[in-house]
Design a protein around this ligand. Sequence first.
Ligand code: ZN
Length: 186
Amino acid sequence: MIKTDCSLCRKLITIPGQLCQNCRRQTGLTGLSFYAKFSKPLRRAIHFIKYQNCWAALDYLTNLALVNWQLPHYESALVPIPLAKPKLRNRGYNQAEIIARLLQQRLNWPMSSCLVRHRNTQSQVGLSKIERQTNLIDCFSLVSLPPQSIILIDDVYTTGSTLKEAARTFRNAGVKKIWGLVLAKD
Ligand SMILES: [Zn+2]
């Protein structure tokens, strides 16, 4: 099914997956696509994947999502939202990176690790929308020249603060085509 409404405000638009002008301005994202709403079963599945290292389930979910995700129609570099190093050490993996790898295998689009998280931010859980935004300011930076068209990949879109801050980092570097791709949207 081809959707023709903005993924955030439902205003009608013509290009599937793209955001309306207003939402683009607010998020810094050209488009945003999610597999499903963050329902209870999906929440449990993502929680399970995250904390029980269940790769097979993530692979399965990404495959399902690939059918529903609306991607840009031009090749774009896949950029997983990085974790801060201590968190990565603790968990042992970054779920966004695994989703990006699975996508890379299927789409044959390049993956870029130019985005790094250089500050260990407080967990976003339990913070208000404003607290989430201030918590993330300047937490990302680019370590190499960014590709001109990118897809930011994360597992969940809650208030959007993480994707917005990452998008801001790329916009400041002159990148104009920035899509967001997540499994679930709150
Ligand atoms: Zn909109």
